[in-house]
Design a protein around this ligand. Structure first.
Ligand code: ADP
Ligand code: MG
Length: 331
């Protein structure tokens, strides 16, 4: 791989959390019932994502690490439809592998016996060998940015890099309560969802009992919402007394994708009014459904920020949905 390709990869894989996001997305796309994410030193030394999804054959594996290859036809169709274009298609494994040492072990669900281990380093396939492994896929990324010292230098402290990883895994765990998602950092389990519960159960696993017991359901669609592009707003928001000084706990999703939007945040904060102290934010897990054409994803694709054609209407709709949930609880 030449330098230009490595630099391009560095722009796409900004930090360990970006790799974690792509790998976790692949596991969910592979129909996994459980996904275990393990990182060391904030993901700078090791990222391991293990799933029990449909797995890959040797031929699949060789194809998977090639540039611009995707097995996801539906994914390509999504390119037309708004929010789904976030991220990059058919490039994640190749790109991560060009700036790290990548080992993938996989076995298709239907195959019994051996799976395959593929080792990829700095963009080249180093070895492909049969190996004993359970059905599913384990991707291990070590020494991220070992060949892009400039990028490596921009990494923040272990604590900061881990905070980004935690945020990514948390967002996916909350959006997929039917998948058992766990996160382990430096040998310590940070959280594990059961994969058998609803959103409330996932919140309990991720944030703990105190936060879970403070959550209030939001559920508004159709006529219950003011006029605007949103078709429904649903999820959980915390009692105003359960708050934090960081926006970090505002987990918002548009058409199932974890994104943030000023209009949505302002709508939420508007609903709480003065009930939160200055610079305090509630815990929120909120899912918005909107026709793809009403969303503008070009604001900052990697940061996952979106804007709406009619931000004012979205703000009013979110405000109304959250406010009526709070009102029902006498708040
Ligand atoms: P994309 O996800 O956009 O297709 P990737 O580079 O992330 O591109 O992955 C390339 C291909 O590798 C996927 O299309 C999929 O076929 C396969 N793949 C990657 N990760 C997994 C996984 N965890 N389980 C099964 N197949 C996977
Ligand atoms: Mg992918």
């Amino acid at each position: 791989e030449d330098t230009v390709a490595r630099i391009a990869a560095g722009e796409v894989v900004e930090r360990p959390a970006s790799a974690v996001k792509e790998l976790l997305e692949n596991s969910l796309d592979a129909d996994a019932d459980s996904v275990d994410v393990t990182v060391e030193a904030g993901g700078t030394e090791l990222i391991r994502v293990a799933d029990d999804g449909y797995g890959m054959s040797e031929a699949d594996l060789r194809t998977a690490v090639r540039q611009h290859t995707t097995s996801k036809i539906a994914g390509l169709e999504d390119l037309e439809s708004g929010v789904a274009t976030l991220g990059f298609r058919g490039e994640a494994l190749h790109t991560i592998g060009s700036v790290s040492k990548l080992t993938i072990r996989s076995r298709p669900r239907e195959a019994d016996g051996a799976g395959t281990e593929l080792v990829y380093e700095g963009g080249d396939v180093v070895s492909v060998e049969p190996t004993g492994c359970p059905a599913g896929t384990v991707v291990e990324v070590t020494d991220l940015f070992y060949n892009t010292p400039a990028r490596r230098k921009f990494l923040k402290t272990t604590a900061t890099e881990f905070a980004h990883v935690n945020r990514v895994v948390t967002r996916y765990a909350l959006a997929n309560p039917d998948v058992a998602v766990s996160l382990t950092h430096d040998g310590r389990e940070v959280f594990a969802t059961t994969g058998q519960g609803d959103l409330q159960a996932a919140v309990l696993s991720v944030y703990g009992r105190e936060v879970a017991s403070a959550m209030i359901p939001v559920e508004a669609d159709g006529d219950e919402l003011p006029v605007g592009p949103l078709e429904s707003v649903s999820g959980l928001v915390s009692h105003p007394e359960t708050n934090r000084s960081s926006r970090e706990y505002l987990a918002t999703y548009v058409n199932g994708r974890a994104v943030s939007a000023d209009a949505v945040r302002e709508g939420i904060m508007g609903a709480y009014g003065t009930q939160l102290g200055g610079d305090r934010y509630p815990f929120v897990v909120l899912f918005l459904d909107v026709p793809g054409e009403a969303v503008d994803v070009n604001v900052h694709p990697r940061k996952r920020e979106v804007r709406f054609d009619d931000d004012d209407a979205v703000r009013r709709q979110v405000d109304a949905a959250v406010e009526s949930a709070l009102l029902e609880h006498g708040l």
